[in-house]
Design a binder for this molecule. Structure first.
Ligand code: NAI
Ligand code: NAD
Ligand code: ISE
Length: 337
């Protein structure tokens, strides 16, 4: 069977996901696309050599008779509406992170999916598919470093444009850590605090950059995450887990050790597309296989909700010098793995 996909949002990641579904992965083909920028969508179809219709809006893509499943890759605030419409149409949907920009929005999706009675949603958290994170989790689960006590993390992008604002450091960027770290150490968050160091000269009026988020988990683990989205030098993701008997760090991406011009050096990647390219391939192949086999097993709408409950608290902490509590309701049986 070839799964016929409709894609809503043909910007940076929309085009990347269309490329991989059309030319890299097995079992799917893109038959319809849409973007608020219709010319951008038409250009993408042409550039990627697709035999796909450009439809005038996202709802048309969702309801198109020849579309079996959806990819939502439009801007963050549009995700909730499209995912709810896909569930209403009874069609499986892969939605880029964040599932919605607030926990309340994610909860509406969770409720709609549970009402439907079967999993239809996969959230685009790709890090659990990354070989480095998988290897790190294996070491933690083996007990070799003892129980995790502290995590030191960084999420650095070379730069962002003027549409990226202070809250997006949480809802658009930290959301990856909020999702992957609870999976990595099998824990949940209890509180959050945000600290602003001296601001970089490379930011703009609506973005405080960098930021440090301090999290405490239910088991008492302390986590610090530096978010620095105008760091200039590269796209750099760091995770160090300090345990009772040792320390385990996320592997660096493979790169050639170069000896040249009196220096030893390794290149640092600059683009998220390259840093997690294999993980994006794996998460989408998993989605395609899951839809074809009738069972989605990747990051769920509940995982999207859990990350957004913590994100809401971090956004509140951005505007409040104190510590903000985080309380995630128990996971419904519907989402038990
Ligand atoms: P982008 O700005 O390049 O693309 C977004 C596209 O969505 C644009 O083409 C825009 O015209 C379109 N769009 C916006 N509203 C729309 C609507 N109502 N209907 C149809 N199209 C609409 O952004 P980018 O970087 O591609 O990000 C898209 C999404 O992917 C975001 O939610 C972002 O958080 C997520 N993302 C995830 C990454 C990951 O590592 N998982 C990496 C980059 C982005
Ligand atoms: P982008 O700005 O390049 O693309 C967004 C696209 O959405 C644009 O083409 C825009 O025109 C379109 N769009 C906006 N509103 C729309 C609407 N109502 N209907 C249809 N299209 C609409 O952004 P991007 O970098 O591709 O990010 C897109 C999404 O992917 C974001 O949600 C982002 O968080 C997510 N993302 C995830 C990762 C990841 O690592 N998983 C990486 C990048 C982006
Ligand atoms: C982007 O949307 C992503 O999801 C990238 O993975 C992340 O590193 C970046 O900060 C976001 O803007």
């Amino acid at each position: 069977m070839t799964l016929k996909l409709g894609v809503i949002g043909t910007g940076a990641i929309g085009q990347e996901h269309i490329r991989r579904c059309s030319h890299v992965l097995q079992g799917a083909k893109v038959v319809a696309v849409s973007d608020i920028n219709l010319k951008g969508a038409a250009d993408a179809v042409k550039r990627l050599g697709l035999d796909a219709e450009v439809l005038s809006d996202g709802k048309e893509v969702i309801n198109a008779a020849n579309v079996d499943a959806l990819l939502v890759t439009s801007w963050d605030p549009t995700h909730e509406e499209f995912v709810l419409a896909a569930i209403a149409a009874g069609k499986p949907v892969f939605c880029e992170k964040p599932l919605a920009v607030t926990a309340a929005g994610c909860k509406r999706i969770v409720d709609a999916e549970m009402n439907f009675g079967r999993r239809l949603v996969q959230t685009g958290f790709m890090r659990p598919y990354d070989q480095g994170y998988k290897a790190l989790k294996k070491v933690i689960d083996s007990g070799e470093i003892g129980q995790p006590l502290m995590l030191h993390c960084a999420h650095r992008n070379p730069n962002v444009d003027d549409s990226y604002t202070t809250d997006m450091a949480i809802t658009n960027t930290l959301i990856h850590e909020l999702s992957v770290l609870r999976w990595l150490i099998d824990d949940d968050y209890a509180s959050a605090q945000v600290i602003y160091p001296r601001a970089t000269i490379n930011t703009h009026a609506k973005l405080r950059d960098p930021q440090i988020v301090l999290l405490e988990t239910v088991k008492g683990v302390r986590i610090d995450v530096e978010i620095f989205v105008n760091c200039q030098y590269g796209y750099d993701i760091q995770t160090e887990v300090v345990g009772e008997k040792g320390i385990a760090s996320l592997p660096e991406p493979a790169s050639v050790l170069l000896r040249s011009q009196a220096k030893r050096s390794n290149a640092i990647l600059t683009d998220w597309k390259d840093r997690f390219i294999d993980a994006y391939d794996a998460e989408l192949q998993d989605f395609i296989n899951g839809v074809i086999n009738g069972e989605l097993t990747g990051p769920s709408a509940w995982d999207g909700y859990a990350a957004s409950v913590a994100a809401d608290a971090c956004v509140a902490a951005q505007n409040n010098p104190g510590v903000v509590n985080i309380s995630l309701p128990p996971r419904p049986a519907f989402y038990e793995r």
